[in-house]
Structures are given as structure tokens and as C-alpha cells.
Design a protein around this ligand. Sequence first.
Ligand code: AMP
Length: 187
Amino acid sequence: MARLIFLGPPGSGKGTQASILSQAYQFPHISTGDMLRSAVSQETELGKQAKEYMERGDLVPDELILGIVRDRLSEDDAQGGWILDGFPRNVEQAVYLESLLEEIGQSCDQVLNLKVADNTIVQRLLSRGRQDDSEDVIRHRLQVYHHQTAPLISFYSDRQKLTSIDGDMAVEHVSASLADVVHQFKR
Ligand code: AMP
């Protein structure tokens, strides 16, 4: 089993890599972005509240996201390990996660940080053409990443939990590098 967190800018390939690892190891892939997109498309209360933040490329407020992560991590399929993708997204969420995990007697094994240059990201996201992917929104999401999410790199390296991987390689090279890392932490 392993409990892993993916860190990296939007468009770094986190989602793709988390999904590959999740299939290889049979741990649930928990993506807060996917959960929020599905809430928006089902027009749930959460979706209605999250929508405008997502469209602007801002983070949704912590109070909307913390409860859904807590609930998801308490589900049966998450007891044998998990891969978090898109959470935590700021220091407050990371502190919350630390105390939540302590409370439920778990801890994260390793944080996998995918490094990709800003220009590469803009090109990748523009070619992906998702609705929240106009160039202005992409640049805003990158700013939000640098201001709010990138501080988690030192947060987790201070805790000796961080492994950085060059995300600017072919998908299969990135997954091979990740598999090597995960192998060391799998119990
Ligand atoms: P993602 O697919 O992870 O890039 O997430 C898409 C959008 O959902 C983000 O731009 C945010 O608006 C929102 N979102 C996803 N995860 C979080 C989170 N942990 N905290 C706040 N907002 C989030």
C-alpha cells in the first residue's frame, strides 16, 4: 500500500500520472478537480458554489473542499492507500490534511512533485482546449499555483516527504520514474 500526493502546476500531467499509478497499484485516484467538475455538471449545491471560482481559475474556498476530502478518505476503498491529485492546494489545506491523517491514524508516504516550465504548460493547456483553458485563465491559474500551491514544495521537503520529477518528458518516461519512486515507499 502507499499513500501519495501529487504536486505540480496545472497541465503538469498530474492527473494522467495519478491515473496510471492508480491503475497499476489499485489505489483510488482522488482528484478534487474531478470531484468539483462532476459537482458542477450535476448542478449540486457544491457545484453551484464552486463554479465561478473554477471558471476564473481561482481556488475554491477551503471550506467547500475540506469536508469532501475528509469524507472521501473515510470511504472503504481508501483504507488500503490512495493517490491525492489536486489536494492540498495551499498551506492551510496541507495543515488540515496533516491533522486529519493524524486523527485517522494515517500518514502520507511521499509527495511527488512534477516539474514543468511555465511556457510548456501554457502550450500544453492551450492545445488541450478544456473550457477553463483560455489563455488568460491559464495564466491566472499559473499565478495562483506559484503564489498558493508552490509553497507546499518547501512544506513537504522540510518534512522529508518530497521527491521532484522532471515532468517535461514523454508520459511513459515520467511514469517509469514515478514507478521507481513509488516502489521504494510501497509497503
Ligand atoms: P484541477 O483539475 O485539479 O486543475 O482543478 C480544477 C479547478 O478546481 C481548480 O482550478 C480550482 O478552481 C478547483 N480546485 C481543485 N482542487 C482544489 C483544491 N484542493 N482547492 C481549491 N480549489 C480546487
